[in-house]
Design a protein around this ligand. Sequence first.
Ligand SMILES: NC(=O)c1ccc[n+]([C@@H]2O[C@H](COP(=O)([O-])OP(=O)(O)OC[C@H]3O[C@@H](n4cnc5c(N)ncnc54)[C@H](O)[C@@H]3O)[C@@H](O)[C@H]2O)c1
Length: 258
Amino acid sequence: MVTGAASGIGRALAVALAAEGAVVVVADRELEAARAVAEELGGLAVGFDAGAESSVRTLISEAIDANGPIDIFISNAGVPGVTGGPEAATEVWDETWRVNVMAHVWASGMLLPDMLERGEGYLINTASAAGLLIQLSSLTYSVTKHAAVSLAEWLAIAYGEKGIRVSCICPQGVRTPMLAQAMSEPAGAAALRQGGLIEPEDVAEVTVAGIRDERFLILPHEHEQVAKQLALKGWNLERWIEGVRGFARDAREAGDES
Ligand SMILES: NC(=O)c1ccc[n+]([C@@H]2O[C@H](COP(=O)([O-])OP(=O)(O)OC[C@H]3O[C@@H](n4cnc5c(N)ncnc54)[C@H](O)[C@@H]3O)[C@@H](O)[C@H]2O)c1
């Protein structure tokens, strides 16, 4: 099952898994678009709201009733939050938190009892490089994606020896509709351009390889740039904050001049 699979990365993941022979459930709040994807790959489409616990529960229980146990659950649906900092409206914080974090919590809480009983199962969260480093344009996005990474780490540590595999997908910029918001702010756009923009199909290809290797951290961008930044952040947080602050200032000044 892939959530948020009507578009972008989720759609590419669904297509790639179907090509590997999986029966894919395409779950999204955009049911018509989900149907189009499901038709293309001979899968099933389900409408649901990742931001509502009851909807996530219904999605999973109905899928299990119809098709039996879920082998791989990719909790991929996400929202960009808003540009800016803590001034974001509480309603925005709430929605971003629910979709980017609680959807993973609800899904794993619902799936784990059955997976643990079977002694196997695979939980995959799409977080973001923003969850390891930062998303300069949006505090709501940064905070929720950090929580999503932490959640995946916790699950991998707690259940890794009980047959549960966990992976966390952490791309930088990927050409999907979601990119528009980050690209509209100079510092966010500069960081994404520096990392290089890749296609959703690139993410899917690296993810399928990561599933084969049962790798926890899936970094679809080449040249280990996220891993290197993460190493610098861990090694000297003061220097990393200073460096990123300077990068953001330069990008915003250049943006103001253009
Ligand atoms: N595009 C990027 O640069 C990028 C980088 C890193 C991580 N990500 C993450 O990848 C995931 C997929 O994003 P994308 O870039 O493919 O964006 P996208 O906008 O193309 O796709 C997101 C999908 O999630 C669905 N969705 C959103 N809220 C939902 C809800 N409440 N219930 C059900 N479905 C919902 C949308 O309808 C859409 O089909 C997200 O978690 C995003 O944060 C994206």
